[in-house]
Design a protein around this ligand. Structure first.
Ligand code: TYD
Ligand code: MG
Length: 455
C-alpha cells in the first residue's frame, strides 16, 4: 500500500520539514520552502532486501585492483585541470552555474572533442530543441557522428536510450528539466531532482558511463538548485563570472578524484568558449598605470599563481556613517584592514568612505591579498600611486605585522614572468628567496614599513 502525504523542502539546500517555514534553518535563506507530495511505500510494498541466505562478501584493500582506468580527457585543458586531469570513467559530474553563463556551450564543446577522439557521446537536452542545438553547434565548429543528440525529459526513456546506444559519456542538460514517473511532484522540485540524480547515479555506476549533469543555480527558489544534489555526485564544479563580462571561471567545489582548489579560466567569444591560459595577463589588461589606489597582487588558485589588480577609492564621508563597499574582495576583511591601518599607521580612515574592487569581476578571499589591499587603501587615501611595476602580497595581522604566505616563490616567479621588476613581500618569505636575481624583492615585516613605499 502506498500512502501519500506532502512535505516541505527548501529549494536551496534540500532541507526537509513537516511544516512550512519562512526561513530555512539549514541554509538561512528566506522564502525557499515549497510543498511537494511524496509517496511513501508501506507494508508489503516497501522495498526491503529479501534474505537469500547468502551474505555479501566484503574484501580487504589488497584484494581490490588498484589500477585506475585511464581518465577521459575532455580536450579542453582548463576543464581537464579542474577535473583533476580528466574525467574518471563511471563518475557523475555536476556543472552548476547561473542561467546563461555558458554551461551548455562548455559541455557541447566537450562533446565535440570527445566525439573527435572517437568516443561515443550522448547529449540529452530537456531545454532546447534539436534545431536549436544544431544552430548552437554550428557556431562551435565541426561535429562528427559519434555525437548523438536526444530531446527527452523522461528518465525511463532516457535509461532505455542509454542502454541501447551504450555511449561512453552522457550529458544531461539540465537536471531541473528531468522527471521520473515514480515521483509525483513537478520537474525541478527537490524530490524530482533527487530521484533523477539517483537514477543517473545508478546508470553511471552500473554501466560505467561518465555522466555530466548541468544544474542551474536559481536565486528565486522556484526550482531546486544544484546544492540539493552536491552530496550525491562525485564532482561538483561551478561555472561563474559576470554574465556581462566575457570571462568565466570554472571552479571545483568537490572532487572525489582530484584537488578542489584549481580553477579554469575561459573567455566567451562569438565562437564559443576559449581557454585563457595566461590568466594573469588577461586579468591585468587595461590597468591604469600610475593611478592612486591601484595595486597588483598575486593570488594562488590551486597550483597556479594569478596576478590581479586591486583598486581602492577613498573619499571623505559626506554623511555621518562612512560607507564601505567591496566587490570581489571580502567586505569584512576590508573593514578590518582599515581599522588596522588606522590604529597601526595613523591614517585617519574612520571618516572616509571606501570602495574596494578586485577588477575583472573575479571573487577571491585569500589572506595573501591583505597587504596589497592595505596598500591600495593607503595609496587611495594619500592619493599617491604605488609603483605600477610592483607586485604586493602578504598576510596582515591585527598588530599590523606582515606574515608569511605559502608558495611565495611561485608568486614571485609569476610576477617576474610578466615583466614586473619589484615585489613587496613578507620579510620571512624574502629571506628564503634571496637566490632569485631577476626581480627585486623588498621584505617588509609591518604595515609601517609599507607606507613610505607609496608615491
Ligand atoms: P549557454 O551555454 O546557453 O548558457 P547556460 O547553458 O549556462 O544557460 O550560454 C548562453 C550565452 O552564451 C548566451 O548569452 C550567448 C552566449 N554565447 C556566446 O557568446 N557565444 C557562443 O558561441 C555561444 C554558443 C553562446
Ligand atoms: Mg543551457
Amino acid at each position: 500500500m502506498a500512502k501519500s502525504k506532502s512535505v516541505f523542502f527548501c529549494q536551496q539546500c534540500g532541507y526537509e520539514s513537516a511544516k512550512w517555514m519562512g526561513q530555512c534553518p539549514a541554509c538561512r535563506e528566506w522564502n525557499t520552502f515549497t510543498e511537494e507530495p511524496v509517496v511513501i511505500a508501506t507494508g508489503s510494498g516497501a522495498k526491503s532486501r529479501v534474505r537469500t541466505g547468502q551474505a555479501p562478501v566484503p574484501k580487504s584493500i589488497s584484494e581490490i585492483s588498484g589500477e585506475e582506468a585511464p581518465r577521459i580527457t575532455t580536450g579542453i585543458g582548463e576543464f581537464d585541470r579542474v577535473l583533476g586531469g580528466g574525467a574518471v570513467p563511471g563518475s557523475l559530474i555536476l556543472v552548476g552555474g547561473d542561467p546563461g553563463i555558458g554551461k551548455s556551450t562548455l559541455l557541447l564543446q566537450t562533446c565535440r572533442n570527445l566525439a573527435a577522439s572517437g568516443r561515443k557521446v550522448l547529449y540529452i537536452s530537456g531545454e532546447e530543441s534539436l534545431t536549436q542545438i544544431r544552430l548552437r553547434a554550428e557556431r562551435l565548429g565541426d561535429f562528427n557522428d559519434h555525437l548523438k543528440l536526444l530531446c527527452e525529459t523522461d528518465l525511463t526513456a532516457i535509461e532505455e536510450c542509454i542502454a541501447s546506444v551504450k555511449p561512453e559519456c552522457v550529458i544531461i542538460d539540465s537536471i531541473q528539466t528531468m522527471c521520473s514517473a515514480d515521483v509525483t511532484s513537478s520537474p525541478g522540485s527537490v524530490s524530482q531532482v533527487r530521484e533523477s540524480t539517483n537514477i543517473l547515479l545508478r546508470i553511471a555506476k552500473s554501466m560505467d558511463i561518465t555522466v555530466f549533469i548541468v544544474g542551474h543555480v536559481t536565486k528565486e527558489g522556484t526550482v531546486a538548485g544544484p546544492r540539493v544534489l552536491e552530496h550525491m555526485v562525485d564532482t561538483v564544479l561551478y561555472f561563474e563570472g559576470d554574465r556581462h563580462a566575457s570571462y568565466r571561471v570554472l571552479r571545483g567545489v568537490k572532487n572525489r578524484f582530484g584537488s578542489t582548489n584549481e580553477i579554469g579560466v575561459f573567455e566567451m567569444s562569438g565562437g564559443g568558449l576559449i581557454e585563457v591560459t595566461n590568466a594573469s595577463a588577461y586579468m591585468l589588461e587595461g590597468r591604469p598605470e600610475g593611478a592612486s589606489g591601484s595595486v597588483v597582487v598575486c593570488s594562488m588558485e590551486g597550483t597556479r599563481p594569478i596576478l590581479l589588480e586591486i583598486q581602492a577609492l577613498i573619499t571623505r564621508t559626506s554623511f555621518g556613517m562612512p560607507r564601505r563597499q567591496a566587490a570581489g574582495a571580502d567586505y569584512n576583511r576590508v573593514n578590518l584592514l582599515m581599522a588596522v591601518l588606522e590604529r597601526r599607521t595613523g591614517l585617519k580612515l574612520s571618516d572616509c568612505d571606501a570602495y574596494v574592487n578586485l577588477t575583472g569581476g573575479i571573487r577571491i578571499q585569500e589572506p595573501a591579498l591583505d597587504l596589497g589591499m592595505a596598500m591600495a587603501i593607503a595609496s587611495g587615501f594619500k592619493n599617491r600611486p604605488v609603483d605600477p611595476h610592483t607586485v604586493v602580497f602578504g598576510e596582515v595581522g591585527l598588530s599590523g605585522e606582515v606574515r608569511s604566505v605559502s608558495q611565495a616563490e611561485a608568486r614571485v616567479r609569476e610576477a617576474a614572468r610578466l615583466g614586473f621588476d619589484t615585489c613587496i613581500i613578507p620579510l620571512s618569505n624574502a629571506e628564503k628567496l634571496r637566490g632569485i636575481k631577476d626581480i627585486k624583492l623588498i621584505g617588509v615585516s609591518s604595515l609601517d614599513e609599507c607606507i613610505p613605499l607609496i608615491g
